[in-house]
Design a protein around this ligand. Structure first.
Ligand code: SF4
Length: 156
């Protein structure tokens, strides 16, 4: 049986980003030939594509996910979507998520204050939940792959 890997769908060529574009990263797919790939995107099913951008915003010491223009708090929706996905896939061998995303970024996502200034880098909401649910699996991102394939980095 093949090992299983969760991959952010935009890295696989799905046009599911907020701007309707993809972040297809050939080197990631190439590296995962031997795996059963499980695409993951919590935002597109909830909000459609294209959609308003969202941000991680620290409010009263707590990280919330808030829409960029309409200031709507969508944290709970994204948590529910991610929890449902994880319950469907309780056992995986590897996780590769898109860097810098308010959902998928792991340690690379801008965290804003209420004035929309970046105050630090942190985790996207889905990456945060996955790091707790899949405790023994180190979350990777496409930047790990870029280090070994510098020609690809121009496209990210
Ligand atoms: Fe979807 Fe994550 Fe890619 Fe954003 S980074 S488009 S949430 S898969």
């Amino acid at each position: 049986m093949k090992k299983k890997v969760i991959v952010s769908a935009c890295l696989l060529g799905e046009c599911c980003r907020y701007d309707g574009k993809t972040k297809k990263t050939d080197v990631v797919e190439e590296a995962l030939k031997e795996y059963e790939i499980i695409p993951f995107c919590p935002e597109a099913p909830l909000f459609g594509t294209p959609r308003e951008r969202i941000n991680v915003v620290e409010i009263n010491g707590k990280k919330r996910i808030v829409t960029d223009e309409t200031n709507k708090d969508v944290t709970q929706l994204l948590e529910d979507e991610t929890n449902t996905f994880m319950k469907l896939h309780p056992k995986v061998d590897r996780i590769i998520l898109k860097s810098k995303s308010p959902s998928c970024g792991y340690g690379t996502t801008p965290v804003l204050n209420e004035k929309k200034e970046t105050v630090k880098l942190g985790n996207g909401i889905a990456a945060e939940l996955m790091s707790k649910y899949y405790k023994n699996i180190k979350i990777e991102d496409e930047l790990n792959f870029m280090k070994h394939n510098p020609n690809e980095s121009d496209r990210l």
